[in-house]
Structures are given as C-alpha cells and as structure tokens.
Write a protein that binds this ligand. Structure first.
Ligand code: HMG
Ligand code: MG
Length: 298
C-alpha cells in the first residue's frame, strides 16, 4: 500500500492563476469576495494576485488594490507572484509576508512568458531572493513545463531537477512543479518526480497540475505516493497561463479536496463552502464551472 500524508496543505491559486487569463476585466470587489470566501472555507494559503507587468497581464493590474482590501493579519497566508525586482518591490509595499517566484524547465516558454532565458530568470530570482531575505519575506518557487512544453515539446526530468534544485539552493522553502499545459500522464509524472527527489526532499515540493487533458487528478494521486503534502488547485477548475499555448484550467480545488477527504487525508477545508466560492465566482464572471464536485454540490 502506498503511504500518503495524513494532512495536505492546499494552495488555492484561483484569484491569480484562475483569473489571469480571463479577457473581460473582473472587478476588484469580486476578486476580494472570492478570496474572502476561500478564506471562510478554511483555505489557509491563497495566491491572491500577481505583480507582473500590467501590459503583459492586464487582469492583474489591480493587485495592489486587492491586497489593500485583505486583512493581512488574519492568519491566512496570502501570497503573490512576482517576476522581477520591480514586482517584488510592489509586493513588499502591499504588505504581504510571502511571495512566489517562477522559472521553467523550457527555454522557449521562459522567453514567451517572461522575455528572458532560464539562466536570466534565475538571476532575476536571485535579486528578488536577496531582498526578500533582508525583508523577512518567505519565498515559494515555481517550475513550469515540468511534463512538457507547448513550444519545445518533451522536457527532460534532469532539467526540471536542475531548476528545482537551483530554486531550493537560493532559499525557496518549497518549489511547486507545474504541468502548465496539462500534458502529463501518471507514470511520466512519477518518473519526473523521482528524478527531482534525487536532489530535494519531498517536503520541499508542491504539485501544480493543470487539467487540460483530464489527467490532473490521476497525476496528482500518483505523485502523492511519494509523500508530497502541498497541492495547488483552483476553485471551479479556473486557470491557465496566457503565454502557454493551449493551456487551460488548473485541477479543481473542490475535486482535490473531495478525493483527499475520501482517502482520510485532512485539509482543514469545508467542502460545501468551497463549492459555494466556486459557484460564486463563475456566476459573477460568466464562465462555466469546471469542477465535477462543484456541479454535484451546486
Ligand atoms: P519586459 O517587457 O521584458 O519588461 O517584460 P521590461 O523590464 O523591459 O519592462 C517593460 C515595462 O514594464 C517597463 O515600463 C517596466 O517598468 C514595466 P515602461 O518603462 O515601459 O513604462 N514592468 C513592470 N510593471 C509592473 N510590474 C512589474 C514590471 N516589470 C516591468 N513587475 C516581464 C518582462 C517579466 C515584466 C513580463 O514578461 C511579465 O510581466 N511576465 C509575466 C507573465 C505572467 O504573468 N505569466 C503568467 C504567470 S506564470 C504561470 O501562470 C505559470 C504558473 O501558474 C505555474 C504553471 O502553471 O506552470 C506559475
Ligand atoms: Mg499555473
């Protein structure tokens, strides 16, 4: 029998990954209400926005306004994505205590997403990290395209392991492995993870699977066997990176929580309230709810 963790931390990324690719401007008030509802459902880590270039991702232009309306001392861990020092400084001014930095295991995707090479992205992260350490800010890392890239095709697990280790060495307390375009299958996901775990520990890894081809829950289950206890997901299965051709939604938080609770794994989340949060945001922004459990509960 595989041995799964007793408790898993859910990082709900819907206010950032879930909304970043939606063309119609979503009001700050709706973003804030989504975050409040996630918080009330018991989600204790929420990626609430990104401080990226508003030209590149217009939907995130109101990140500072969103942050200004959250209670940053509530005990919930609010985190934001930052691509460079400028983004980090904006994040610092907003009062967050944690940020996320991102690189990828694919050169072409890194160029499309952040207009630089992988090495340059790591150098930018080093600058951020220096400032983050000085300011007592926790840093989480992402590696994108861990199971394939829309431009470069297959990605070597060695490259994923190298970028992951670089981020851990720089000081990321955890690195989230992103199947950005939802292209992986379970055995491929396991092989990639096994290679990464030759360099870093299971408690330094998170899983961030998009569900483009309906494989995310299967991939997640396969990887949880290795003792990974941190999972990214998005209510209503919203999500997708604007610079990854063909990317679609993240694994749905409702579906993940249903599966984990069914396996006796604790998350601290109230599934009914969570499903209501997914229902709320999809109705407000007029998109379909891609969570199976969300449909059952609504
Ligand atoms: P660039 O155009 O090369 O940037 O973009 P630049 O340094 O040349 O600056 C150009 C202008 O942008 C300047 O303004 C800067 O000040 C401004 P101007 O002088 O022209 O007026 N600027 C900024 N403004 C606000 N905030 C900033 C910022 N930085 C520069 N932080 C850059 C380079 C990295 C900025 C750009 O490519 C960018 O913002 N990329 C982010 C794209 C993005 O958000 N992608 C989605 C998130 S990643 C993801 O979804 C994957 C993930 O979910 C995991 C997975 O699924 O695999 C995490
Ligand atoms: Mg993503």
């Amino acid at each position: 029998m595989p041995s799964y963790p007793k408790t898993i931390r859910i990082v709900d990324v819907s206010p950032r990954d879930g909304l970043q690719n939606i063309k119609k401007t979503i009001s700050t008030a709706h973003k804030v209400e989504l975050i409040n509802r996630l918080q009330q459902a018991g989600v204790n880590t929420i990626e609430v926005a990104s401080f990226v270039s508003p030209t590149w991702v217009p939907q995130m232009a109101d990140a500072a306004d969103v942050l200004s309306q959250l209670d940053l001392n509530s005990g919930t861990n609010f985190t934001v994505l930052t691509p460079n020092l400028k983004g980090f400084e904006r994040a610092l001014a907003s009062g967050v205590k944690e940020i996320a930095v991102f690189s990828a295991a694919s050169e072409s995707f890194t160029k499309k997403n952040t207009n630089c090479s992988i090495d340059e992205s790591l150098a930018r992260i080093e600058d951020i990290m220096r400032s983050a350490l000085e300011n007592n800010i926790r840093v989480r890392g992402y590696v994108s395209c861990v199971l394939g890239c829309p431009y470069d095709g297959d990605i070597s697990p060695d490259k994923v392991a190298f970028v992951t280790q670089s981020l851990v060495d720089m000081g990321c307390y955890e690195v989230s492995l992103g199947d950005t375009i939802g292209i992986g299958t379970p055995l491929k996901a396991k092989a990639m993870l096994e290679r990464v775990l030759q360099e870093v520990n299971a408690n330094q890894i998170g899983l961030h699977f998009h569900d483009t081809r309906g494989q995310a829950l299967a991939n997640l289950l396969a990887c949880l066997e290795y003792g990974i206890a941190s999972v990214d997901a998005s209510v209503a299965g919203l999500g997708g990176c604007p610079y990854a051709k063909g990317a679609s939604g993240n694994i749905s938080t409702e579906d993940v929580v249903y599966m984990l609770h069914g396996m006796g794994i604790e998350t601290g989340i109230d599934l009914d309230k969570l499903a209501q949060a997914g229902h709320f945001i999809t109705k407000k922004i007029g998109v379909s709810n891609n969570s199976r459990i969300g449909h059952v509960l609504n």
